[in-house]
Design a protein around this ligand. Structure first.
Ligand code: HEC
Length: 131
């Protein structure tokens, strides 16, 4: 009944975020996360990137979905696909809704989800120059 020890060396900021969110396991760099993709349909990463730019997600969430322009960080570990679709269709806060009318094809959201999953996480602290 002990908390599981995670022994995968340095757990970077991404790991800390994942742990804070209660997601088990080490972060995988630049790889689609199995957990997120399990419930998600196949998506085209390039197409997703294109959409992320053209329909404007990047303006608030950053080109890499890294957050910081009014919108929170979205990748590399976006919420599960069904929740993602629900959210984008009807966000709770100040984000504009992307309704079926605006974005009819759910495959577009699958592509965006794939793009976000494929983002690399933040660089490990070890690459930062010493203070
Ligand atoms: C005008 C700015 C803006 C645009 C454009 C925008 N968002 Fe957001 N988004 C936000 C803000 C702000 C939030 C934080 C919650 C809120 O206020 O709705 C958010 C939250 C989210 C969340 C929930 C994140 C979480 O962890 O709770 C998702 C997913 C998301 N956005 C996806 C998208 C996608 C995909 C697009 C493009 C189709 C998009 N957003 C376009 C501003 C934006």
């Amino acid at each position: 009944m002990h908390a599981r020890n995670i022994r995968h060396g340095v757990i970077g900021a991404a790991g800390a975020v994942l742990l804070a969110l209660g997601v088990a396991g080490p972060p995988t760099q630049a790889m689609p996360r199995e957990q997120a993709s399990a419930s998600a349909p196949e998506g085209d990463i390039e197409q997703g990137k294109e959409l992320f730019m053209t329909i404007g997600c990047y303006a608030c969430h950053g080109i890499e979905g890294q957050g910081g322009f009014g919108g929170p960080k979205l990748g590399p570990d976006p919420m599960a696909f069904p929740a993602f679709v629900r959210y984008v269709r009807a966000p709770g806060g100040t984000m504009p809704p992307y309704t079926e009318k605006l974005l009819p094809d759910e495959q577009d959201l699958a592509d965006i989800h794939a793009y976000l999953r494929a983002r690399s996480g933040p660089a490990p602290l070890s690459v930062l120059p010493p203070p």
